[in-house]
Ligand binder design. Structure first.
Ligand SMILES: Nc1ncnc2c1ncn2[C@@H]1O[C@H](COP(=O)(O)OP(=O)(O)OP(=O)(O)O)[C@@H](O)[C@H]1O
Length: 596
């Protein structure tokens, strides 16, 4: 399946339908079979009536009629089921492909998109493929075949009258040529508005507390109503053009009828054709009506689907990260822990990683100022290293670059002396435990949250991590323990509990490199001290990098890297920096932690 946005919609549609062509063909044939059994029925009825009138035995015909009725119903049901199933399968495949793409989107791409809009492409736009991918294909094909067959019969009867009909239909075609693109534009507009509405909805419901606290419900409601009205307007416009297209087709046939009557009458008078031919021709003209109506409808449907396909194609064209599962579990330290089972301790089986930045320059987007100006530092394997410095200095960016959420513009980032750019992404991320600044917790149960990155964790290991992060008391307090649902973004937990859940989640991955971004900001003094002990413990077997505003968390660090406006200003231990670095000394002084 191609994600090229320049492909015409019909090519993309064919790509979507191709995997299901056998079912589609079968469904189409069964639909034709249903029509055939339906057509055969009147003939049997005619024979039956004739047979009855002549006093003959009609048992056979009655049986045949029953079989035809049953076959008609059964074939019709199976055909409809197959077509509907195929349509659902087309939608399912499109949704699965989009989901697989969205989860591997590159973070810079995600920074520039609205999640709600992307969600509406997966849920709403894919639904629009349903109708057009099966029914419309079948009706389109049968419509064209019927049209050609009928026109052939008309040509055989009187080619001159056929030319008259075609002339009228050509005029109608010109009108349709104007109308159909307008349906497309209206559909495009509707889908965009539905996307905007989903984005606004996601923004509102995802931040309802902030909106309520800011008293902004009415403004948000107006914004949502606006999007809904825009979608409605697009829908109404599309319906209007659909109606114009439908009546143009009908009108063209009525006009053809009048023209054929006039021209045909003249040809009968002049003796070119007989009355019977004219009547047969007029009957065929009426046979044209259903396929023409179907084809006009299909053209409209196609335009709506084309708008949805364009939006789906945009997602398919978004850049994604390469994805392959991690090669193996994180690198094992030598000698491996042979005496104790691996589940006994979450943190002894891996070897710590060394990290280095070499002249790293980075900006988030080409139009934004540089965030890292030749950042250089080295962190040996093991121990704890803290990043401190004013807000906006580029500390979190160090972590984002280590996770390869973004790529540096120049310079190198090394893990154990190997350039990150040369390491498979999945392996790299498997080696890193990352606790983000706002400690995100996913909706679901506490257990799901803890095990999201390490689903095969043993009970002993989980219990140990819960104890280390002091979550055991929290779990004991919760009504369903680990199986308690934590709510959207973990709203049912306190800020400090969320931070500890995020830390436990990272520890359970047994990282070789642990990145902790502002993880003590919401902890009370007791829990902060406990976490300090945990970090010190972890730092024995894992390289721990910490971003901290509170210097109390980092005074015991093995080294502190002071960053300022995208540069490394100084590196050293707390006492060394207090004595030698003005910015650090000021930070230490303002936080009243003493300078010793
Ligand atoms: N996704 C992003 N897109 C664009 N600019 C960004 C993005 N993330 C951060 N920035 C900018 O990059 C700069 C450095 O941000 P960073 O988060 O690394 O700073 P920080 O030192 O961690 O700050 P803080 O201590 O406040 O968390 C800031 O000016 C910020 O506005």
């Amino acid at each position: 399946m191609s994600g090229r946005p320049d492909l015409p919609a019909w090519r993309v549609l064919l790509d979507h339908v191709r995997p299901f062509r056998t079912n589609l063909l079968l469904g189409g044939l069964l639909s034709a079979g249903t029509a055939a059994t339906g057509l055969a029925l009147p003939l049997v009825v005619r024979d039956l009536i004739t047979g009855l009138a002549e006093g003959g035995v009609v048992t056979g015909l009655l049986v045949l009629m029953s079989v035809l009725v049953l076959a008609h119903a059964a074939i019709g049901a199976v055909g409809a089921y197959l077509l509907e199933r195929t349509a659902e399968s087309v939608v399912l495949a499109a949704r699965q492909r989009l989901v697989s793409r969205l989860l591997w989107l590159r973070i810079p791409t995600l920074d520039d998109t609205e999640p709600g809009d992307l969600m509406s492409r997966v849920s709403t736009d894919t639904t629009l493929l349903r109708e057009v991918s099966t029914r419309s294909v079948v009706y389109g094909v049968t419509g064209v075949l019927t049209l050609l067959a009928t026109m052939t019969m008309m040509a055989l009867l009187d080619p001159v009258l056929l030319v008259v009909v075609l002339a009228v239909l050509c005029v109608a075609q010109v009108v349709l040529g104007v109308v159909v693109p307008r349906i497309a534009r209206a559909a495009e507009h509707t889908q965009e508005s539905v996307g905007a509405m989903s984005a606004a909805m996601e923004r509102a419901l995802g931040n309802l507390r902030t909106i309520k606290a800011s008293g902004a419900e009415e403004r948000e409601r107006d914004r949502l109503h606006d999007s809904a009205v825009r979608a409605w307007r697009g829908g109404v416009r599309a319906a209007t053009w659909h109606a114009v297209a439908g009546s143009t087709g009908g009108l063209a046939l009525q006009l053809s009828f009048i023209m054929v009557l006039a021209f045909g009458g003249a040809r009968v008078v002049s003796g070119d054709i007989d009355v019977g031919t004219l009547i047969a021709f007029l009957l065929y003209l009426y046979y044209l009506m259903p396929p023409l109506r179907e084809l006009t409808h299909v053209a409209g449907q196609y335009q709506v689907a084309a708008a949805a396909i364009a939006r789906i194609q945009e997602v398919e064209a978004l850049p994604t990260e390469p994805h392959a599962p991690p090669a193996a579990s994180p690198r094992v330290a030598s000698p491996p822990v042979a005496t104790a089972p691996p589940a006994a301790s979450p943190r002894v089986a891996t070897s710590p990683a060394a990290v280095a930045f070499e002249q790293v320059r980075f900006r988030y987007r080409p139009d934004l100022p540089e965030v890292h100006h030749a950042v250089t530092f080295e962190v040996p394997a093991g121990g704890m290293t803290a990043f401190v410095g004013p807000s906006g200095a580029g500390k979190t960016t160090v972590f984002s670059l280590l996770e390869r959420f973004y790529e540096p513009d120049s310079g190198r980032i090394l893990l154990d002396g190997e350039d990150l750019a040369d390491q498979p992404l999945a392996d790299l991320r498997a080696a890193i435990g990352y606790v983000e600044q706002d400690a995100p917790v996913l909706s679901g149960t506490l257990r799901e949250n803890l095990l999201v990155g390490a689903p095969h964790t043993g009970r002993a290991e989980l219990t140990e991590v819960l104890t280390t992060t002091r979550l055991d008391a929290v779990v004991a307090r919760l009504p369903d323990g680990l199986d308690t649902a934590v709510g959207h973004r973990g709203v049912k937990l306190s800020g400090g509990e969320r931070q500890r859940v995020a830390i436990a989640r990272a520890l359970l991955r047994r990282p070789r490199l642990l990145l902790l971004d502002e993880v003590t900001s919401q902890l009370d003094a007791v829990n902060e001290a406990a976490l300090r002990d945990t970090i010190a413990d972890v730092a024995g077997t894992t390289t721990v990098l910490v971003v901290a505003h509170r210097l109390s968390t980092v005074t015991t660090a093995d080294r502190i890297i002071v960053m300022d406006t995208g540069r490394v200003r100084a590196v050293g231990t707390h006492p060394h920096l207090v004595a030698t670095d003005r910015v650090y000394a000021e930070l230490a002084a303002t936080q009243l932690i003493g300078t010793g």
